[in-house]
Design a protein around this ligand. Structure first.
Ligand code: UDP
Length: 328
């Protein structure tokens, strides 16, 4: 049985990856320190023989006994509100954590896939974003702790690949959504859906003309799986190229949820990217991958998930106002 270590396993993407690798017949070693993850996301796996969980902070030396075939490094805070709350941990997990996991990959002769992000393109001046674009990033802004950690992560990964011959893969993940997103992580989808369910107005930041392109989690996981199994070591964008403005998206959510609330406008957070859309030509040609789930279907499934949460969870999660805490 092949063994895979997944860091950030109790998070949104990490937990879906655990499910996928279990389904593919792997022995899954899940690792998390639960700063932003939640054991609820993986508790259904604890009864399985081919699943184990280590509570560990990967910025400290990482030890796993026995053989290891693959490592997926998905541990990181991943929302602007988290970067503000835990900036040092965000930098450390991208930098020190990645270093430890690359060392482990070298030691075990394992193939390692690193979760990078569209954030390495910053507020992009090239549209859509191809893998060749170098980005437009503010090193000292509120998002800098994430963006620069992820850029460093890509550099050290390529250095281990070139210098030590470690088999490495780099996925650049664009906005991804689905069940198990954290209700209070401040991202736009849990924010809007939580607001609709609590009967609050939907808060659009700025004038809502900024764009995003949202990928359903099952599509994202399929792309990541294919990249891991491929022999391509340069970065690959995995995301859904269907782009929408945030104000049009708010209208879609109002229709989907049937809420009678309205849209209200708040200040745009500093360095909020104005546009974001992946160019996925590489994923198509190298991995034969493209997303299959449309926004309507994906958002419906995601809303079902948020609706299934307890009233208590919903109410204790007051939407934090990022714009007010981080004025331009
Ligand atoms: N956004 C918004 N209202 C909210 C939360 C977010 O208008 O309550 C906007 C945010 O300013 C950004 C977009 O939605 O332009 C996506 O934000 P998110 O935090 O989900 O992800 P990211 O900015 O990292 O793509």
């Amino acid at each position: 049985m092949k063994k895979v270590l997944i860091t950030g396993a109790a998070g949104f993407l990490g937990s879906h990856l655990c499910d996928r690798f279990i389904k593919e017949g792997f022995h899954v070693i899940a690792m998390d320190n639960l700063i932003t993850g939640d054991l609820k996301n993986i508790e259904h796996l604890f009864k399985l023989e081919n699943f184990e969980y280590y509570h560990h902070d990967v910025t400290k030396f990482v030890h796993v006994p026995g053989d290891l075939d693959y490592i997926l490094h998905f541990a990181s805070p991943a929302s602007p509100i988290d970067y503000l709350k835990i900036p040092i941990q965000t930098l450390k997990v991208g930098a020190l954590g990645t270093h430890n996991l690359l060392g482990l990959a070298k030691e075990k002769n394992a193939r390692i896939l690193i979760a990078s992000t569209s954030e390495i393109y910053g507020d992009p001046l090239v549209h859509p974003q191809t893998e060749e674009y170098y980005g437009n990033v503010n090193t000292i802004g509120p998002r800098g702790v994430y963006d620069e950690a992820k850029r460093f992560q890509e550099s050290i990964t390529m250095a281990y690949h070139r210098f030590h011959g470690v088999e490495t893969r780099i996925v650049r993940i664009f906005n991804t959504y689905g069940p198990r997103m954290r209700l209070n992580d401040g991202r736009v989808i849990p924010a809007f859906m939580g607001q609709a369910l609590r009967g609050e107005d939907l808060t659009v930041f700025g004038d809502g003309s900024q764009t995003r392109s949202f990928c359903y989690v099952d599509d994202e996981v399929e792309g990541i799986y294919r990249l891991l199994m491929s022999d391509y070591s340069n970065p690959v964008n995995i995301g859904n190229p269907h782009e929408i403005t945030i104000s049009d998206f708010a209208e879609e959510i109002i229709k989907l949820t049937g809420t009678d609330q309205k849209v209200i406008y708040k200040d745009l957070p500093q360095d909020d990217p104005m546009q974001r859309q992946p160019d996925i030509s590489k994923a198509k040609s190298i991995l034969g991958w493209e997303p299959k789930v449309g926004r309507e279907e994906g958002m419906r499934k995601t809303f079902e998930y948020f609706k299934s949460l307890s009233q208590e969870d919903l109410l204790k999660t007051e939407h934090r106002d990022f714009a007010d805490r981080n004025k331009n």
